[in-house]
Design a protein around this ligand. Structure first.
Ligand code: ACM
Ligand code: ZN
Length: 768
């Protein structure tokens, strides 16, 4: 029996059934490791035949890449018969059909290295892999292996909003380098939004003279900047000249990155309308807003032909600068109240037989699409462009979850997935109390890695319409490139693997191990990356028998050395090292950190455990909470841990459009004097405090009497992320305590969700 299993294992290994990986991110399709190493010596040469400009460009880039990794820089020479000791780089002839347009094969042997591809893009990616392998060693050693590699998706993108904060040209170059490093190939450049027009258009100079500059309110929070603009006050902004754009596009092309410009329409264009108010419905001048705009009502007039002439002129110049097949025209979040009131827009609807303003938006988009198609380009837009009808020739970027992408693919559109749930890198990536201010949400490294771009709902044929995915980086809370770096790194490493590596080869454990090397590469490149994956999370396991809590500590880092304290002091390498879950039987604070090579890898996060009368008691809920915000099982509301300001921290129970009505069975009649209910408000995430909390008590669980009510005093419009305890101080004795937290029945007026029910988040109910 034993022999047989050894035999089977040997067979599986020889068949390559146990996947091997190399120290490369994104992980290659196939790796077969061999004994030995190839050493780059002073005599090593790179043999590569240059017959045209593209090959010359590649060789120059490859030289730079190898130089930045290796202790020794091998000289590039024309191929000779001398193969031993050298690196042979070659374009395939005939083509290797398995690896496609972007793949490569790499064979590292003791005495030589072969890198082959069908295109210089493939060779470029092969050199990126060699660079990674060299940076994992002494810079001159390559471990022997055979690699076959090619991407899963053709669109492997990263977006950047340069309107909310202008990013200098030097940073854009760096951004393209980061894409290339990750074998990503689309840079979606969000050049236009309300708060700044960022691209020079020669025919309309005011777009940048006026539209690129806003009142400097950088000292205020994004959401509270809408004070009137004064004459001649300091301005914040910037724009890219056409020469700068051309250079960037050309730089990206050499690195096999396509730059796709986004020229927003019909909404998110207050910067354009500040320069040319005549293309709005009202014609009214409004300054470039310095901060949050919501809702987006001041938009292009769809009734004026002049608007379309203007946009066609702009797009003509844009197409002259960007050779990309795709032109992104935005299309998101247009509130059509001005269209409803505008005579010309209404006339257009009558003339064109359009039944509502959604159809008017569809008319707008289709008219622009025709123009782009006539010029040999292809329209892509945010998923709102599906509303009101659209020809299947347009490509959809699905951002409001995967659902619009599913519908679009089923209707025959190509789709790029970028759902806010996994791909919005403006969301927090760790515990908000340890992170710089972000838009909201929480998308950790592991969550990005868990993303699957092809929804299960699609048939195999429909799935072919999912051409890839991208992350979006909205910069309201990112004032400079350094901050953008922090938000994209390391999450783009996880995304690159989602997009490049085979679905079946995904392995979080192996990826997190390879991230150890990736962090070292980031250090080498001077990247300002986040260490949020090293933050320690404390998870409780409740024992209802003796009311104790077993605590386990974890991180998203590989094999972390966690040190912790339970006395409130800051942990150090001299503190207790975490080896297994431990028991807590009185209220105390657990603080934990990861220490590696003598260095603390992230700030310590304290978790306060409250041992109170309701801990681990049975809780009966009248209405179920949302499946997405379950918290940790049956004791979630009474598990001894209060939810933090991060509503995704795993402690909160979330209710959409429902009250919390929770009856706690204390097991026997008990005296207490305080019932406290923890609640959270995150206005941006549609989460609001309850209007009030009512506490009732009972001895039999049937007949309850009211103990008291606590009112919430904070406005639902208060945009600060916050938590509070609604506390009822009243002496009582009872076995059953019923807590009702009344949800806000509708998001407040002027809120994105006005008219829709808000969320209620509750944790923890403390009885003392
Ligand atoms: C978007 O986030 N408004 C596309
Ligand atoms: Zn109009």
């Amino acid at each position: 029996m034993k022999r047989l299993s050894i035999f089977i294992a040997a067979m599986l290994i020889s068949l390559g059934m146990f996947a091997q990986t190399a120290d490369i991110v994104p992980s290659p399709v196939s790796v077969v490791k061999k004994d030995g190493v190839f050493k780059i010596s002073d005599n090593t040469k790179v043999l590569f035949k240059i017959t045209n400009e593209t090959e010359k460009e590649f060789s120059e880039l490859a030289k730079d890449i190898l130089k930045s990794a290796a202790g020794i820089t091998p000289e590039f020479v024309a191929p000779t018969t001398q193969k031993e000791g050298n690196i042979l780089i070659q374009l395939n002839n005939p083509l290797d059909t398995k690896i496609g347009n972007e793949g490569y094969t790499l064979s590292i042997q003791n005495d030589r290295v072969f890198l082959n591809a069908n295109t210089t893009a493939g060779l470029f990616y092969g050199v990126q892999s060699i660079w990674q392998l060299l940076t994992s060693t002494d810079g001159t050693t390559l471990p022997c292996m055979d690699v076959t590699d090619y991407p899963r998706f053709g669109w492997r993108g990263l977006h950047l909003d340069v309107s909310r904060h202008f990013m200098p040209v030097e940073f854009i170059y760096k951004y393209i380098d980061y894409l290339a490093l990750h074998k990503m190939n689309v840079f979606h450049w969000h050049l236009v939004d309300d708060q700044g027009w960022r691209i020079e258009i020669k025919k309309y100079p005011k777009l940048t003279e006026v539209g690129a500059w806003r009142a400097d309110r950088e000292d205020l929070d994004w959401k509270s900047r809408n004070e009137p603009v004064k004459e001649n006050e300091p301005k914040y902004g910037g724009f890219y000249t056409q020469e700068e754009v051309k250079d960037i596009v050309e730089y990206a092309r050499k690195k096999h990155v396509t730059v796709i410009p986004e020229i927003e329409m019909p909404a998110h264009v207050m910067s354009a309308l500040a320069a040319y108010p005549e293309y709005s419905c009202t014609g009214e001048y409004k300054p470039v807003p310095p901060g949050k705009v919501w809702p987006n009502t001041h938009i292009f007039c769809a009734g004026k032909d002049e608007t379309f002439n203007f946009l066609e002129d702009v797009l003509t110049e844009v197409m002259g600068l960007f050779p990309s097949t795709y032109i992104h025209i935005g299309g998101d979040e247009a509130t059509k109240t001005e269209w409803e009131k505008c005579e010309l827009c209404q006339k257009r609807m009558t003339d064109e037989g359009l039944k509502d303003e959604h159809e008017l938006q569809a008319y707008f988009i289709k008219r622009i699409e025709k123009f782009l198609n006539k010029n040999g380009r292809h329209l892509i837009g945010w998923d709102e462009i599906l509303e009101g009808g659209l020809d299947p020739t347009a490509t959809i970027m699905s951002w409001r979850g995967s659902k619009p992408g599913i519908e679009a693919a089923q209707a025959g559109h190509d789709v790029v997935m970028s759902p806010a749930s996994h791909c919005y890198f403006d969301y927090y990536q760790g515990n908000p109390s340890l992170e710089p201010q972000a838009f909201g949400g929480n998308i950790t490294l592991k969550k990005v890695y868990s993303y699957e771009p092809v929804p299960e709902e699609l048939s195999a044929d429909e799935a072919k319409h999912i051409i890839g995915a991208q992350a979006n980086i909205w910069t309201e809370y990112m004032p400079n490139g350094r901050h953008v770096e922090y938000m994209i790194m390391p999450r783009m490493s996880a995304l690159s693997e989602v997009l490049w590596s085979p679905k079946d080869a995904k392995d979080w454990g192996d990826f997190s191990k390879r991230m150890e090397s990736q962090y070292k590469r980031f250090d080498k490149l001077g990247v300002n990356y986040a260490t949020s994956a090293f933050q320690v999370t404390a998870k409780p396991e409740l024992n209802p028998e003796n009311k104790t809590i077993k605590v386990s500590l974890s991180t998203e880092a590989w094999n972390p050395d966690i040190y912790y304290t339970t006395d409130g002091s800051e942990p150090t390498a001299q503190s207790k090292k975490y080896t297994e879950p431990f028991i807590i039987c009185k209220s105390q604070s657990v603080k934990a950190v990861v220490i590696k090579d003598g260095k603390q890898k992230s700030q310590s996060l304290g978790t306060d455990f409250f041992i109170h009368k309701a801990v681990a008691c049975k809780v009966d809920q009248k209405y179920p909470n949302s499946k997405s915000y379950e918290s940790t099982g049956e004791y979630a509301l009474v598990n001894g841990i209060k939810g933090s300001k991060d509503h995704h921290d795993g402690n909160w129970k979330g209710f959409n459009g429902k009250d919390l009505v929770a009856t706690i069975d204390l097991g026997e009649s008990q005296s207490f004097s305080k019932v406290s209910t923890g609640v959270l408000q995150n206005n941006g995430a549609w989460i609001f405090y309850p209007t009030h909390v009512t506490v009732e008590v009972s001895e039999d669980g049937e007949n309850f009497k009211k103990l008291g009510t606590v009112k919430n005093k904070v406005s639902a419009n208060d945009g600060d992320l916050q938590i509070q305890d609604l506390v009822l101080n009243k002496k009582a004795k009872a076995r059953y305590v019923r807590v009702t937290a009344a949800h806000l029945t509708s998001c407040p007026k002027n809120h994105a969700g006005a008219g829709y029910p808000g969320w209620l988040f509750v944790d923890e109910i403390i009885i003392e």
